[in-house]
Design a protein around this ligand. Structure first.
Ligand SMILES: CC(C)(COP(=O)(O)OP(=O)(O)OC[C@H]1O[C@@H](n2cnc3c(N)ncnc32)[C@H](O)[C@@H]1OP(=O)(O)O)[C@@H](O)C(=O)NCCC(=O)NCCS
Length: 189
């Protein structure tokens, strides 16, 4: 008689704080709403290729962050970290992830005035390294709009490789109702 199949590995517990040379990351909280609103959530250029439209007030950001607190409390869904500069404590953006079995998917956003300093690759490479060091995780991946080469470059700089194009994959509400083509990048072990 054959022995039963081994149970799937439990989902890894996420760190409640991590640091990189220039950044410190902690779970987003409702209390971050005013800073997130000021840093990036009100800017339609920032949200152009995201799955949500820019916000008109910190109150709606707070509602969104309440869902995030629920995700952190239950360990399910997309969990986001607020990214701050270690030097000043300034909130500059956020990075989040969702674990589905052996795969961890990432998403990220940075305030416009902080673009071009390599902050997001710095955060992403840290989390990708962390994810692929967890038992049971074999794939770290992300996608972005096919017209968002800056985001594709972030994935490349984090060591992910181009895997292909997902046609008509993702709606960017700032740009319309129709799903748009995306590109997928991943690092595996
Ligand atoms: C995408 C984003 C996170 C990049 O973060 P960042 O910390 O500024 O990233 P970097 O400093 O590494 O700069 C982006 C890289 O993309 C390159 N890049 C930017 N725009 C580009 C373009 N139009 N074409 C080609 N490359 C571009 C830059 O040259 C740089 O690469 P390099 O260092 O090799 O020169 C930031 O621009 C952002 O938050 N944008 C809005 C939200 C968003 O699109 N998030 C991703 C959703 S999938």
């Amino acid at each position: 008689m054959s022995s039963p199949a081994p149970a799937p590995a439990a989902a890894p517990a996420l760190p409640l704080e991590f640091t990189t040379p220039r950044l410190v990351a902690r779970p987003t909280r409702v209390a971050d709403a005013p800073e997130i609103f000021a840093a990036y959530a009100a800017d339609p250029l920032v949200t152009r290729y995201l799955s949500w439209r820019h916000h008109a007030s910190p109150a709606t950001v707070a509602e969104f962050l309440a869902h995030g607190e629920w995700a952190w409390a239950t360990g399910a869904g997309h969990r986001g970290y607020a990214l701050r500069l270690r030097a000043t404590g300034e909130l500059v953006g956020s990075i989040g992830l969702e674990i589905k079995g052996p795969a961890v998917m990432f998403g990220y956003v940075l305030g416009r005035s902080y673009w071009g300093n390599g902050y997001m690759p710095e955060a992403l490479v840290h989390l990708v390294d962390w994810a692929l060091a967890q038992p049971g995780v074999y794939r770290a991946w992300a996608f972005c709009d096919a017209d968002n080469p800056g985001s594709a470059r972030v994935m490349e700089k984090a060591g992910m490789e181009f895997e292909g194009r997902l046609r008509r994959w993702h709606v960017c509400p700032e740009l319309g109702d129709e799903p748009r083509d995306c590109v997928v990048y991943a690092r595996v072990r």
